[in-house]
Design a protein around this ligand. Sequence first.
Ligand code: RIB
Length: 329
Amino acid sequence: MSTEPSGIVVVGSINADLVVTLERHPQPGETLLGRTMTVMPGGKGANQAVAAANLGARTTMIGAVGQDAYTVVALSGLHAAGVDTSAIQRVGTTTGVAIVEVDDGGENTIVVIPGANAEVTPELVAASAETIADAAVLVLQGEIPATSVAASVALARGRVVINLAPVINLDRATLLRADPLVVNEHEGALVLAQLTGSDPSDPADHADHADHADHAQTTRALLACGFASVVMTLGGSGALLASATDLLEIPAPTVQVVDTTGAGDAFTGALAARLSAGDSLADAVRVAVLVGAFAVGTEGAQPSYPSLTDQLPAAPTTSSITTGQETDA
Ligand code: RIB
């Protein structure tokens, strides 16, 4: 008997983050003294699962860890947030690790060693076929093999949210199931280049100097490729939401930035949580912007995510940069 899809399933990466704080990032060939090193749970998939569960969503994580010194910490945040971890497999390689450097301005650089995340194969995904099919919202990122993202999407009966971070090569049909596709400005430019066959270096370079009008244009151009909806995250400037009926600009509140690590994951997890609770996409993005802003206020990814008892920053006024009805997508 088939039941109505419910809850959130995240298929994705699980890491231990080795977070180093330092005054500034070193130049190539330079040695610097850092300040602190802390090991925290991370991985874009696990971060998104924790962000969603913290906001009350019933959340299941599908992925893989190794059996080494980092396994316990990598899973600790999922356990603490009450995420269902029963589908996570233990494989014979090391748990994924990320070296995260955070400078005094809160900006980070991240090097990821995938380890067990590379073992999230289509076969591992197929072992959770029913769980994926039963999800109201399936959430995916780019830190597991593209074939496994495609296998997950093929099993989905509910809504599919793809946060293509990092950008990997997905087949067009898989990618276009995203509703929404969630990307930052760099990722958006790269995905657009992938879909239109243009030179990927040009739009990515351009994204560094692009203004709001350029971001809106990229978001619209992505939508024109066939997505039902596209959300572009713009860090401290909030987010853009494009759907068939609208292009909304959703500004972020001004907050003190301590560490931006995992703020995009907090955004995506919150977005999925609100969608699974029945919000419109526009309302879900509004909450996600506030959750992302909250998450930059303390160090680390998962430890910085709000729960239902935390006070989110107040929302600034929302403006629509095109006319039209707000989307109910
Ligand atoms: O988005 C932040 C995450 O990226 C970190 O937690 C790290 O593990 C990498 O996956």
